[in-house]
Design a protein. Structure first.
Length: 375
């Protein structure tokens, strides 16, 4: 169904619809035992009454009746110790497995024309978890376009609320994993609205492989490198500050001078991978560190940009975009900066090799960053 907005634009309603991944020892064990969760449950169910029965026998020897003297059966007490030890180990093992194979929240927010290259990786991840919740929708991005601006604030806010409610209502005795398959501007805003992150794991899909990590998993060294000095446009068409995040192969298609003129950028800060990390898949701890690094850099740039508008173009993994938003909300709260205000987040329409401004937060401008002067 299509309707006209206040500008007379047609708006289409949204429709629903290499290198092996680095694995920690715990992840490998959990994946090995993922299909044996039932054995842990049966073990607990058997060992609890067995412990009670053996304890009753040992206690009966220690507390004699009216006509008997107390006796001590070393065998029974040894058996009780063994059974209790097995029960404690089984309960701990079940808890360990539950924390690693709890609920998988598969979060989707893609254009309805975009192919999904992660179906195999997602299917494998679903088999390793106790429960799966598929959240999100396909959005007709270009159908919502008006004057090169795509407003998806409402569906993005709905996705944020749905994810937060689903996490809050999840079982307390299990962990949970978030696997985002989301356009990067929307992932940034969804991450900024997340509050609960305890027991949370993140899954980065890459076709048939998956990288899994937690917030506490971080590489010791910095993953992002800022090109120094910033790119200064010799004949600027505006006074906007630009940021380019180049962390996927798609960034190689970005035409620096052309886009700076198109977006009215006068100075551009560029970030990329250090030489030793280029050309290979990032590990989980490296993805976690990258998100933390980028959030700090973006917060500092926003803080020093003052009243100038900010234009951000990003080619980043989806989990990095989500976590950058989460870290960013913490950084800007300390600096008392409203990051989304006067900030354009640019989405690359690959099929047409052009950019649109994706509006995912109500504080963002409702216009495209057009040049303010001609060269």
């Amino acid at each position: 169904m299509s309707v006209s907005n206040h500008k007379g634009c047609r708006v289409t309603a949204p429709t629903t619809s290499g290198i092996p991944a680095t694995r920690t020892f715990r992840t490998r064990i959990v994946r090995t035992l993922a299909r044996q969760r039932g054995l842990a449950d049966v073990g607990v169910a058997v060992l609890v009454p067995a412990s009670a029965a053996v304890f009753g026998l040992a206690l009966g020897d220690a507390v004699p009746g009216r006509a008997g003297a107390p006796t001590f059966s070393g065998g029974r007490w040894a058996l009780l110790a063994v059974v209790l030890g097995l029960l404690v180990a089984t309960v701990a093992g079940r808890r360990w497995i539950y924390r690693g194979t709890g609920t998988l929240f598969s979060v989707s927010f893609l254009d309805e024309t975009m192919p999904d290259y992660h179906e195999q990786a997602q299917a494998d991840a679903e088999r390793r978890h106790m429960a799966v919740q598929v959240l999100g929708r396909r959005v007709d991005v270009l159908g919502r376009e008006c004057d090169r601006v795509v407003d998806v604030v409402q569906p993005r806010q709905e996705l944020s609320r749905t994810l937060e409610e689903a996490i809050n209502q999840d079982r307390d005795d299990t962990g949970y994993a978030v696997a985002p398959n989301v356009l990067w501007p929307a992932a940034l805003a969804v991450g900024a609205s997340l509050t609960r992150t305890d027991r949370m794991r993140f899954l980065e899909y890459d076709k048939t492989t998956t990288t899994e990590f937690e917030l506490r998993d971080k590489a010791a060294e910095r993953v992002s490198v800022r090109t120094d000095p910033d790119h200064i446009v010799s004949e600027p068409t505006g006074n906007r500050r630009g940021v380019l995040l180049s962390f996927t192969p798609a960034a190689s298609t970005f035409d620096l001078d052309r886009r700076c003129a198109e977006f009215g950028i006068s100075a551009l800060a560029r970030f990329g991978l250090p030489t030793q990390l280029q050309g290979r898949r990032l590990s989980g701890p490296e993805l976690g560190r990258l998100a933390d690094d980028l959030a700090g850099q973006l917060a500092d740039i926003k803080h020093t940009t003052s009243d100038r508008e900010l234009v951000v173009v990003a080619f980043v993994p989806k989990t990095v975009a989500l976590l950058t938003g989460w870290y960013l909300s913490r950084f800007v709260s300390h600096q008392q900066v409203r990051f989304f205000a006067r900030t354009y987040l640019m989405h690359h329409v690959l099929s047409e090799d052009r950019f649109v401004a994706l509006r995912v937060h109500p504080s963002q401008p409702a216009t495209f960053p057009t040049p303010t002067s001609e060269v």
